[in-house]
Structure formats: C-alpha cells, structure tokens
Ligand binder design. Sequence first.
Ligand code: ZN
Length: 173
Amino acid sequence: MLLDIVKYPDPRLKLVCKPVNEITDDLRRLADDMLETMYKAPGVGLAAPQVGRSIRMLVMDDATGDAPKNPRVLFNPVLELSGDDVVSEREGCLSVPMDYRADVVRKSDVRLTAMGIDGEPIDERLTGFSAIIAQHETDHLDGILFIDRISRLRRSLYDSRLRKWLKRRNQSA
Ligand code: ZN
C-alpha cells in the first residue's frame, strides 16, 4: 500500500523518534509499505517519520545503475561516523518540496549497528553512497533534515522560495 509522505515544514519531521522494542506484524507491514512507497517515489531511502510514524525505523536501497534491488529494513539504527568529510552532491529528500537539492557535507565511513526485519543484529561498515543514505535517513529519526545541514543563507533562500510556492499552490487549489 502506498503511504502519504509527510512534507516539510510539517512539525512531525522535527520530532526525535522513539526506539522500537518489538518487531510486530504491524511493523513488518509498515516496512513493506515504506519500501513500496520509496520505490514508487522514486527514492533510495525513507524513514518512518516521513510517513507519520515517530519510531526509529527506516528502509533504504543503495543499489545503483543496473544492480539488482537491495531493499533493507533497519530498526533502531545507530551510526558511528568516521573517515573524511565528503560532499554529498545535490542531496535531496522526498519530504523536502520543490525537488530542492543542495550539497551536504557527510562522513565517508560509518559503522552501522541496527536490528533487521527478523530481529537479527546488524553490525557492518558502510562507505560511499550507502554511508550517505544511512546518514541522511538516520538524521530523520532525530528530527534533522538535510536542509538543516546547509548554510544559513541557502536555507533562508529556500524557505522564502517555498513560502511563495506554497502560497501560489494554496491559491490555485
Ligand atoms: Zn529525507
């Protein structure tokens, strides 16, 4: 089932999400729905608060080009950042309107610990694109969007463009 994606500036995107204690059937269904919604968008990651659930859960797929799909579901992910600063070019987000994109400084290397869909422990090292997606999605669980990590000037330009865009859209609706 396709889910509605919560859009900035919805205050639900600012919440710090609660840990998942038990992976219930409801959450397994939610994981399926989130993956379906992510692929349809299309996107490479989606966090639970983006579909209105304030819990520490995300889905992602770091397969690029013609590589086979690699859907992943992570509960209570924790990242240990290391390595160099890298620029994530033209990062975007399904919750940030107008397909806005900006360069964001991320870390090149992360150690990911989490729980998988069957409750199995996950402990692995991610680099490159996978590391960037994991950082972007885990930020969502702490109420942080990529536009919180860009310069103040870029952010205020975006916010004023967005206000105008929302106003026009409301008038024509
Ligand atoms: Zn996002």
